[in-house]
Ligand binder design. Structure first.
Ligand SMILES: Cc1ncc(COP(=O)(O)O)c(C=O)c1O
Length: 561
């Protein structure tokens, strides 16, 4: 690669666009062409290169000394990076929440980079601060639907924040739980509040021995991270069993609360239920907790009610989906990710608070940025410097509109149920969830094994003798553990084949519960998916499965006899 003679004059030209418009346009076209080529290439979802081979490509141990030509580095990006990137936008890639984005998003990203606004303070983010507040007000209204007067008063009120734009669901959840922690241990005349006193000081002052978060087993692992960061300790995230619909089991939640109280009484200690979290929809299965009941329980227990709607929350912009979220208006806060169902590129989340004063709990000021009398959004955020990422959902809500999203979600719903039907018709796959928000869990079960398994599951229901139940349970477990291995191998083989992609997880909440079942996971939101593609995906996976089934036949035979 050609090295460039380093000179300040040359370097200045890299910065000052008006002085180098031809190059800017020339490279701009070259980059767009490179992107276009990447999308046009049809061979597989990523190039067949092993991870150790990739490690060898990127193995230079020292930082480049001399400048290189932009043209050459762009070529290097093309040859080494773009070519080995995952085609998450392909309709055959249906394994993750990261999916296709509309092409105008690429232009929005260019605008964001070119303006280089820093949302932390008004001095570096003028109009963009107002865009952010406007978007936050839209989302607040979509979730909490307060009256026009409330939004008129608060939409651009710099003294409060209805929410924050974040880098994603993890920071949104952390922000919510940080507010929950403040609210659990508020300041009073003799106590400066937990943010000043720390966890030990707060627990001592209020006479508690620990604080806990209650969330279903389907809760996202960012909640554990938050518990770690906030000083609760991961073990104080209590995971409540999910029912067969992958919603939090409300009875189990009540039982758990009861047993916390009983054990507190026995030990002469007190536990503070800091927060009850509802999930809407779950990362693995896309299902939505009973938010109505959770809201009531949180109120009864004096606990902060957070709803993690990082995945599903955007569906609220379409009226048909609102009934799934009944009770969300009881939440103290709600996380929503724009880089999921709003089809924005990585990464942008939003955390919305019902009470416009709640973010005051996190307000932090300094003399060099976010002064006390300033109007800076950075006073309310955990993050410091932040990009103008909110331009993406703000613009896409205009370009696509609520009506456009209705069509996109309609297509995603249709794709989910079409995929389910094709899998069922193929005979070798078992569906293992009840999809609500475009996620389907299934696994390979050879047809003759499925017949046996169904027969055993049905027979088990009719048995009353304990020994008979135990024996049959053992047999079901045995066959399921062979099937677990088979499905791990299937998913790996699908990845190897590289023409389709689904992800994999393990669920304890299926009809075989409490046994943990390996399932394949499809997320069907890409609007380019159609019936023929889905048929092709199933037939490819079925063909791979047939080969594996031959290999597994002796073990399977042994397990069903
Ligand atoms: C329910 C839920 N919460 C939180 C997150 C974390 O979001 P992020 O990866 O944007 O931090 C996810 C991500 O998949 C999620 O599905």
């Amino acid at each position: 690669m050609k090295k460039v003679e380093s000179s300040l004059e040359y370097l200045r030209k890299l910065f000052i666009m008006p002085d180098s418009p031809d190059k800017f346009m020339e490279f701009g076209h070259a980059v767009l062409e490179m992107i276009h080529e990447f999308f046009q290439e049809k061979k597989g979802l990523h190039k067949k290169i092993t991870l150790p081979e990739l490690a060898q490509i990127f193995d230079q141990t020292s930082t480049p000394e001399d400048p290189h030509l932009i043209r050459d580095v762009l070529q290097e990006i093309k040859d080494k990076v773009t070519v080995h990137s995952v085609k998450v936008g392909s309709p055959h890639y249906i394994g993750h929440m990261t999916s296709a984005v509309p092409y105008f998003m690429i232009f929005l990203e260019i605008i964001i980079a070119a303006l280089n606004q820093n949302q932390v303070k008004i001095e570096t983010a003028k109009a963009s601060s107002f865009v952010e507040r406007e978007l936050i007000a839209w989302m607040h209204r979509i979730i909490f639907n307060r009256d026009e007067k409330f939004y008129r008063k608060n939409i651009q009120n710099p003294r409060i924040a209805l929410g924050n734009v974040t880098s994603g669901g993890t920071i949104s959840n952390l922000t919510a739980l940080m507010v929950a922690r403040e609210r659990a241990f508020p300041a009073d005349r003799n106590f400066p509040g937990i943010r000043k006193a720390g966890v030990e000081g707060a627990l001592n002052y209020y006479g508690y021995s620990r604080m806990v978060i209650l969330v279903s087993r389907r809760g996202h692992y960012s909640i554990r991270k938050s518990a770690n960061l906030l000083g609760l300790g991961e073990k104080n995230v209590i995971n409540i069993p999910a029912d067969i619909y992958n919603r939090i089991n409300i009875k189990a939640l009540r039982r758990n609360i009861h047993s916390i109280k009983r054990s507190d009484l026995e030990r002469g200690k007190k536990t503070k239920i800091m927060s009850i979290i509802g999930v809407a929809g779950t990362t693995e299965t896309g299902n939505i907790d009973n938010l109505m009941e959770l809201g009531d329980i949180a109120r009864e227990e004096g606990a902060y009610f957070h709803v993690d709607a990082a995945w599903g929350g955007s569906a609220l912009i379409v009226n048909e989906y609102r009934s799934l979220f009944r009770g969300i208006e009881k939440a103290d806060s709600v996380s929503v990710d724009a880089h999921k169902l709003l089809y924005c590129p990585m990464a942008m989340g939003i955390i919305i608070f019902r009470n416009e004063k709640d973010l005051d709990h996190l307000k932090t000021i300094s003399q060099y940025v976010n002064r006390p009398d300033s109007v800076d959004t950075g006073r309310f955020t955990i993050e410091g410097s932040r990009p103008f990422a909110c331009l993406k959902p703000w613009a896409s809500l205009k370009i696509i509109g609520r009506d456009g999203y209705r069509l996109l979600f309609g297509q995603a719903r249709e794709a989910t149920f079409t995929f389910k039907r094709i899998l069922e018709e193929s005979g070798n796959f078992e569906i293992l969830n009840y999809p609500e928000l475009f996620i389907l869990n299934y696994r390979l079960v050879p047809q003759h094994i499925m017949e046996k398994l169904n027969e055993w599951v049905e027979r088990k229901k009719t048995l009353s003798n304990r020994d008979d139940i135990r024996d049959l349970t053992k047999k079901i477990r045995k066959i399921n553990s062979v099937l677990n291995n088979l499905n791990v191998l299937l998913q790996k083989s699908i990845r190897q084949d590289d023409t389709t992609f689904v992800s994999r997880t393990t669920l304890e909440s299926t009809k075989y519960r409490p046994q943990r079942i390996v399932v394949l996971r499809a997320v069907l939101i890409n609007p380019l998916i159609n019936k023929d593609i889905l048929k092709k995906i199933v037939s490819t996976q079925n063909n791979i499965a047939l080969k594996l089934m031959d290999q597994f036949e002796p073990i399977l035979k042994e397990a069903i006899t």
